[in-house]
Write a protein that binds this ligand. Sequence first.
Ligand code: ACO
Length: 459
Amino acid sequence: QKNVGILAMEIYFPPTCIQQEMMEAHDGASKGKYTIGLGQDCMGFCTEVEDVISMSLTAVSSLLEKYAIDPKKVGRLEVGSETVIDKSKSIKTFLMQIFEKCGNTDIEGVDSTNACYGGTAALFNCVNWVERASWDGRYGLVVCTDSAVYAEGPARPTGGAAAIAMLIGPDAPIVFESKIRASHMAHIYDFYKPILDSEYPVVDGKLSQTCYLVALDSCYKILCNKYEKLEGNQFSIADAAYFVFHSPYNKLVQKSFARLFFNDFTRNASSIDESAKQKLAPFSSLSHDESYQSRDLEKNYQRNIVNHIKTSQQVAKPLYDEKVQPTTLIPKQVGNMYTASLYAAFASLLHNKHNTLAGQRVVLFSYGSGSTATMFSLKLNEGQHPFSLSNIASVMNVKEKLESRNELTPEKFVEIMKLMEHRYGAKDFVTSKDCSLLAPGTYYLTEVDSKYRRFYAKK
Ligand code: ACO
């Protein structure tokens, strides 16, 4: 198949959110810690009537409706999520309600799980399916859905929630450059969910930052090597118009781009001008850092990162504004959406730049703790209605969705988190069924019966 990639997208995030500035004050954090320190503006979250299943039901049904896709034409459905509602029954099977109604039960695929990476695994599965012999000519559909909630403490302001649906097929406006791809996978305890009766992860925040940046470095180096073998010339940040990162919080995205910039500096790439070279010269001895292989050297590595990353961040700022800033809107406004975070950043780019993206290359970096990471490349073209960049931007309607949200108080947020802790894994309850804040067409949870079966309604 030619030009396999993303034909259409829809994003859903809850209409309920909290301002980071208010949370800062409520938590007794120093002023600016969440807004400047983490770089976050606002955080979205599910109330008791929403969860990853309702959000994905909403995203899928809205995508099918708005792009006028016949549900019978979907042949594969893959879900990426790390939010466990059931240890056996996949989220995909809940989504079958939409397709069964239309007489389509012939749909391959189940869920993929590994922290924030499951969505990328699901996406690759669908793209591979369309590219291979087992493809039956129908669409692939990928759903990334998560509700990111943390226990009280420094990680709590890095929560968020969303579902994203992506339609996959040939002749797409967003095409995979499948040869330009590099992964880094390792066994690390940086963020994991061993406590099965709690929705909260066990997280070593500092270690997770380091692991993220080590994986980023490794993927970038491998990707550059592969590109150079393939194309015969050097790859640098000048070769992509935009860089999109998995976005737990914006500060890490700023650091990530600075890290790529520093990599280009150590590789003596043409993307780095003379004045930047001079400013980074004091750090050039750090260039061939072989420390990733050794756990003992990890601390050292982190110190090196801290020292040079501030300088790299300053020097890379103009390029960051050009190549990364347009991707940051939704992650800054909604927070970490785990599997959906990277694709929400990409959706922000489509929202901001859909008019000028045709012909451009965009590089994406997906990271899931534990750890799994892949850097990959997309090539964009305008496409044909309804599968055009401008129509995708208009369907997603990001500005209005963000502006129509309701800001709740920190007290209300804490109260909702307490209720959700109580409800996690519980049976035999009905929700308030209060869908007054939800937009028409939104699915919501009404009941969990005595056999733990979940019931949803559509507003
Ligand atoms: N004004 C401005 N900046 C401030 C202020 C202030 N008043 N106070 C602190 N800061 C800065 C710090 O200097 C630091 O910035 P720097 O890294 O550029 O130096 C930043 O705010 C964060 O503050 P810290 O004290 O370093 O970190 P904290 O203890 O608040 O924890 C962390 C932050 C680790 C990100 C935590 O929120 C966390 O564990 N989150 C979940 C894990 C995570 O998201 N990991 C990322 C990859 S894995 C994944 O996606 C889940």
